[in-house]
Write a protein that binds this ligand. Structure first.
Ligand code: GDP
Ligand code: MN
Length: 378
């Protein structure tokens, strides 16, 4: 789950990371009154869940409240990379001396979190990563030890940070790590972390990604979710407790168990097909969940065939069959459906489905081949 800049910075601030004074507004007149409260120059910042807002014209400096109001009107009418701007953050403007990049994420290959830092921060960081990757310093974190002072000093010296900032930089890195680990984040990023002309270090931008699978431990964070950016089918799936990820292919996959779902997608590709989705209906899914899953798969007009691969363990095959029948009654699918049922109550399941017009398969390979052919109209 992505957090907005203003949400991420509020979290950072709780961990002692200095952020600019400011507040979020949904209307231009609110933006104006925030600018009046702050006094002086402000920056009006679109709050959308994509990067590159600055380059898209979604970050603008205003010299007074009247201009803040005018820019907020413009920005609130914008769409950035297809996402409507519904809120703006109005922050006191900073006079920037230097822009630093600071981020923490998981390095899967190293099986550890990693700190990434660059003295060449700001809106061109992706370009820097491409053309001058050596300008981005990486330092792994031992999750049991956390971050030690020598580590932040080492990083500070590698990016030639002037010595007077080492202490505050160290505190910011530690704060970011604490925020990252406490929230079960997969990314916590400050770009830019600036040194202002009056020699303060401030987090001007903030970005956090929270691990969806940990959200049950963070009801306060789960509430912050903005669904603007999610595919409608994914929002619907979340309501039913289904794990669904939309993909670009044309073979809908309905599977119980994440590992089995991955295997089903792999074998579909092996036989020359392209899955339209990843879907794990979970263990013990009842008929209503199966019906919801089928509606979600069929809401994608690219889907030319559906492959059901059910291993009846905790999930009983007859329950799944009932769900399929309920859903067929409701949605009247016109695409061919291939079903492979094995395990608990498989025979009962097959009997229930014998009147439905479904293509049955004995093995997964057989099912995948049939699905690939069906999607091609063979
Ligand atoms: P992003 O483009 O979505 O990453 O949005 P940022 O919040 O990082 O803003 C983009 C750029 O706008 C920053 O890298 C800064 O150069 C500039 N910027 C943001 N806030 C301020 C500010 O308060 N003062 C000044 N002078 N520039 C700012
Ligand atoms: Mn940024």
């Amino acid at each position: 789950m992505k957090l907005h800049e203003y949400q991420s910075k509020q979290i950072f601030s709780r961990y002692g990371i200095p952020i600019p004074k400011g507040r979020v507004a949904s209307t231009a007149s609110e933006a104006k009154s925030i600018a009046e409260e702050l006094g002086g120059r402000v920056v009006v910042k679109s709050q959308v869940l994509v990067g590159g807002r600055g380059k898209a014209g979604g970050i603008r400096l205003a010299k007074d409240p009247a201009e803040a109001e005018q820019l907020a009107t413009q920005i609130l009418a914008m769409e950035i990379k297809g996402l409507p701007v519904r809120k703006v953050l109005v922050d006191e403007a900073a006079a920037i001396g230097q822009e630093i990049y600071l981020g923490i994420t998981n390095d899967r290959a190293a099986r550890k979190p990693v700190i990434m830092v660059s003295a060449a921060g700001g809106v061109e960081i992706e370009e820097v990563a491409r053309t001058n990757p050596e300008k981005i310093i990486k330092s792994h974190i031992d999750p049991l030890l956390g971050i030690k002072d020598y580590q932040t000093r080492d990083i500070a010296s590698s990016i030639d940070l002037p010595r007077e900032y080492w202490k505050v930089f160290g505190e910011i890195v530690k704060g970011l790590w604490q925020a990252y680990s406490d929230t079960d984040a997969t990314l916590a990023e400050i770009n830019p972390l600036v040194i202002t002309q009056d020699k303060r270090m401030v987090a001007l931008d903030g970005k956090m990604l929270i691990d969806d699978n940990a959200l049950m431990r963070h009801p306060d964070l789960a509430e912050m979710r903005d669904t603007d950016e999610d595919a409608p089918a994914e929002i619907e799936a979340r309501k039913y407790g289904l794990t669904f990820i939309k993909l670009d292919g044309n073979i809908g996959c309905m599977v119980n168990g994440a590992g089995l779902a991955m295997a089903t997608m792999d074998i579909t590709k092996l036989f020359g097909g392209e899955p339209a989705n990843f879907l794990d209906i979970g263990g013990g899914a009842g008929a209503d969940k199966v019906a919801a899953a089928m509606r979600i798969i069929l809401s994608d007009s690219n889907v030319k065939a559906i492959l059901f691969n059910i291993f009846g363990g905790i999930t009983r095959c007859d329950e799944v069959a009932k769900g399929i029948l309920v859903a067929m009654d409701e949605v009247k699918p016109k695409v061919p459906m291939i079903v492979r049922l094995v395990g608990t109550n498989a025979e009962e399941g097959r009997q229930l489905l014998s009147n439905a017009k479904m293509i049955t398969a004995e093995t997964l390979a057989d099912a995948a081949q049939k699905a690939v052919n069906a999607a091609k109209g063979i």
